[in-house]
Design a protein around this ligand. Structure first.
Ligand SMILES: Nc1nc2c(c(=O)[nH]1)N[C@H]1C(S)=C(S)[C@@H](COP(=O)(O)OP(=O)(O)OC[C@H]3O[C@@H](n4cnc5c(=O)[nH]c(N)nc54)[C@H](O)[C@@H]3O)O[C@H]1N2
Ligand SMILES: Nc1nc2c(c(=O)[nH]1)N[C@H]1C(S)=C(S)[C@@H](COP(=O)(O)OP(=O)(O)OC[C@H]3O[C@@H](n4cnc5c(=O)[nH]c(N)nc54)[C@H](O)[C@@H]3O)O[C@H]1N2
Ligand SMILES: [Mo]
Length: 760
């Protein structure tokens, strides 16, 4: 039996052991240890590719398991090229697991798919560039090309990529953010006039209460744990709102603290822990506001509201109309629990709200985030030290991508600045996000897909639909470090262009280059890889994009190839065309880089009415699936709501291992967490194998089979399973209002005992 006891604390010695295991396993122990020592060290080191959390400027080396895994995974000495692909056809590779595919190692040379043999074969770079240029120039309309980006891409390559796409003639920039924090950007832009968080790392040292909504930092943002631990130790009240009892949010032992490391001591993180139903957070916050208004009227910041906000009356009416029975039913929390949270907030002069995917991947995510803003506006908790809004970004430069213009809906101002500077005409009409890119490929309106990193095949919802969409493309180009599912979804033609990773030295004509990234706190800093490159024939991402642009665009206002000689020159262009980057190169010399000013933090509201706006949305009519029961094969089955989430041993679609240590799940990923009482009703036991079928309004069967039942402390009616194995269950048309983000945290499903699967 592989189910061991779940941990009661996170971090500590097991974390160090796991870090070491990963560092040693990649067979490049020396280089990895050197890399770990350099990570996030401002001038000489590179930015950790693990997540977008910011770095303390105390110079304390913050190693974390997440970073170690990412670094070790990238710097493996296993390499694959034409020989490997001669051995395996694409059809054979499709039968392998995601773990196996990436485990084969780094891709070492450019490859082209041969449809006659079903194998990838080596191709010279120049020929690959010519194929891409010819195809792009043969399309009837530039909007037939899709330019996907994953959030690890640097500012420099993102800037070149969007400039190239727009000079070519399209705003089709689907990106991973569409499946991630899109709702945060949409909501915040609308109500406070800036689509980013308003806090900096230092604010966490001054907060009196921190509300953590729908995120699992122990696994996904381990450096945030050090921040939370520090805050908890000085008496800041941390309130966790999570559908599951996540160990790290309860107790965390810092791997950096010798006492906590070597003894059984750990810091209690959460002052109070609430487990709302999936999608119940908007109701929770509405309840908190209701309590504040009645029980703590003095905590309402009338001065702030008067000076900075609009639409209070409508909002107060909406709150009044929301009944406690609606609130308790949707949230799954008792009124007393909500009152307890309200009391803590009322007693805290400075409050920060953080959130991640548990908030952003629902149908009503935009409204939920606006409700978080409502709470912060009502209590005057924006634009002062120790208070504010903090969407915790995922990929290490996903925020920077947007700043650089990876955005399918650019503002007119953004396009006009570019068009004027380069003295060209550029498209203003909105392009495709991930949802529309997949639809457009399906309908054969789009014919070409370029992916700057990532793994769209596995990351996108409705796997079967997504595969079919990708198979419609006439040419697919994947710029990648490692083999993944997206390389295997081929229409007529496909290219793999292998690139350098962030840990590696990027040598160009003028010498060693650095790139820049922006963290979740809008801090921009440099990152320089330091491992010598041992791969046979790879290029930097900047060089790949510049060469594609050079081959494609005639009479371009940009001398693409010369920009690859010295990335300072790219930064000069960014400085002249992107707001906030004046003297970009010079400002990078400051320790820790520089902060992009945030208008909302400065209490300036770049909204239509120049105010911060309360939003008077109603709670969703229901957060429950449309039906409570459904009929399948003449049986009546209860419908559950499923969330799809990350295990401890994965980075998005990259599976490092089969364990989920903090949740006590070992050596397996095809599992489903449910409440024991629901299991009884479903007549299943722990360890039984089941199928999960989603309920949606079309007649398509979306089903995964052979998933093992695991009992868990989870609200009744809710279930959880890992992404990407359960992506086949998310209907392509089940997405967030205004955000188009797949509803990865609320999928209506039924669970039945497996018929054909036997336990291995
Ligand atoms: N090691 C590692 N680090 C990562 C990543 C990774 O895959 N691995 N991915 C990176 C990326 S791109 C991102 S976006 C972030 C993701 O970071 P997270 O958002 O922490 O990722 P998830 O695993 O999706 O976890 C969602 C959390 O929200 C809770 N939750 C789900 N639904 C609800 C809800 O309706 N209400 C509440 N209150 N809670 C809910 C879940 O129980 C879970 O704890 O991490 C980044 N860092
Ligand atoms: N069901 C469900 N689906 C989800 C989510 C969920 O919670 N549930 N989360 C969503 C979220 S938050 C996100 S951000 C997306 C992630 O979507 P993506 O960003 O598209 O996916 P990743 O798995 O991060 O991409 C991994 C691949 O990136 C490539 N890669 C790694 N490093 C580099 C590099 O330095 N350069 C280049 N060019 N390539 C590199 C490797 O080839 C690797 O296979 O998935 C989304 N999908
Ligand atoms: Mo993400």
């Amino acid at each position: 039996m592989s189910l061991k006891k779940a941990s009661t604390k996170a971090g500590g010695m097991p974390s160090v052991q796991s870090t070491l295991k990963h560092v040693l396993q990649s067979h490049k122990a020396g280089a990895n240890i050197k890399n770990l020592l350099n990570v996030n060290q401002q001038s000489k080191g590179f930015d950790c590719p693990g997540c977008a959390w910011g770095d303390s400027k105390e110079g304390v080396f913050q190693f974390c398991e997440n970073g170690a895994k990412a670094i070790a995974w990238e710097s493996t000495n296993k390499q694959i090229g034409a020989d490997f692909f001669a051995q395996y056809s694409v059809t054979q590779l499709m039968k392998q697991s995601d773990y196996w595919l990436e485990y084969q190692g780094r891709i070492e040379e450019p490859l082209r798919y041969n449809p006659q043999t079903d194998h990838y074969e080596a191709i010279p770079w120049q020929q690959a560039y010519q194929i891409i240029a010819q195809k792009l120039n043969s399309l009837e309309n530039p909007n037939q090309a899709e330019f996907y980006t994953s959030g690890r891409a640097s500012n420099e390559v993102s800037y070149l990529y969007q400039l190239f796409g727009r000079l070519y003639g399209t705003n089709n920039f689907p990106d991973c953010s569409n499946m991630c924090h899109e709702a945060s950007g949409v909501a915040l832009n609308e109500v406070i006039g800036v689509g980013k968080g308003t806090v900096i790392l230092d604010d966490f040292d001054h907060a009196d209460a921190i509300l953590v909504f729908g995120q699992n930092p122990g696994t996904n943002h381990p450096r945030m744990m050090n921040t939370l631990r520090k805050a908890a130790k000085r008496g800041c009240k941390i309130l966790s709102f999570n559908n599951l009892k996540e160990v790290a949010l309860k107790k965390f032992a810092s791997p950096q603290d010798p006492i906590e490391l070597l003894t059984s001591k750990a810091t209690t993180i959460s002052h109070a822990y609430f487990t709302p139903r999936l999608g119940g957070d908007m109701a929770v916050i509405r309840g908190i506001v209701k309590c504040l208004l009645t029980d703590f009227p003095d905590r309402i910041d009338h001065q702030f509201i008067k000076q900075h906000t609009a639409n209070l009356t409508d909002y107060l009416n909406a709150v009044k109309q929301t009944t406690w029975s609606q609130i308790t039913e949707q949230s799954g929390l008792a009124q007393t629990e909500i009152a307890q949270a309200a009391k803590t907030i009322a007693e805290a002069p400075n409050v920060i709200c953080t959130w991640a995917m548990g908030i952003t991947q629902h149908k009503h995510s935009v409204d939920t985030i606006k409700e978080i803003v409502n709470l912060q506006l009502l209590t005057g908790n924006i634009g002062k030290k120790g208070a504010g809004l903090c969407p915790v970004r995922g990929h290490s430069n996903v925020q920077g991508n947007r700043t650089m213009g990876i955005n399918e809906k650019p503002t007119a101002e953004f396009i006009t600045t570019l068009a004027n500077f380069y003295n060209v005409e550029l498209p203003y009409t909105a392009g495709h996000n991930v949802h529309y890119a997949l639809k457009s490929l399906t309908e054969k309106n789009s014919k070409m897909l370029i992916c700057l990193g990532g793994n769209i095949a596995a990351a996108a919802p409705d796997t079967q639909y997504t595969y079919q969409a990708l198979q419609q493309s006439e040419l697919s180009i994947q710029i990648s470090t490692k083999l993944n599912r997206s390389h295997l979804q081929i229409g007529q033609a496909a290219l793999i262009l292998p690139c350098l990773g962030r840990t590696e030295q990027d040598k160009q004509k003028s010498g060693l280059q650095h790139i820049t990234v922006e963290d979740t706190f809008s801090m921009v800093h440099a990152s320089q890889g330091n491992t010598p490159v041992t791969l046979k024939d790879v290029q930097s991402e900047v060089s790949i994009i510049a060469h594609i642009a050079h081959a494609t665009l005639q009479n371009s206002p940009v001398d693409w190839l010369s920009l690859t000689n010295n990335y300072d020159d790219i930064r000069e262009l960014i400085a002249k065309t992107i707001k906030g980057f004046t003297n970009f190169n010079q400002r990078l010399n400051a320790p820790g880089g520089f902060h992009l000013t945030n208008s909302a933090h400065q209490l300036q509201w770049q909204t239509v009415n120049n105010k911060a706006n309360f939003s008077a949305s109603q709670l969703p009519a229901s957060i429950f699936p449309n039906q409570i029961h459904t009929q399948i094969d003449k049986q009546t089955l209860p419908v559950l709501t499923l969330q799809t989430l990350r295990s401890h041993d994965q980075y998005n679609t990259t599976i490092y291992g089969m364990d989920d240590r903090y949740r006590g799940i070992f050596n397996k990923r095809n599992i489903v967490l449910i409440n024991q009482k629901d299991a009884k009703k479903l007549k299943v036991k722990a360890g039984d194998l089941v199928s999960l079928t989603s309920i949606w309004s079309d007649n398509i069967t979306r089903k995964v089979d052979g998933f093992e039942i695991v009992f868990y402390d989870i609200p009744r009616g809710n279930a959880a399973a890992y992404y990407p194995e359960t992506n086949p269950l998310i209907p392509i048309d089940s997405f967030g209002d205004d955000s188009y983000t797949p509803t990865s945290k609320s999928i209506a499903i039924v669970i039945e005992k497996s018929v054909n699967h036997i336990k291995t």
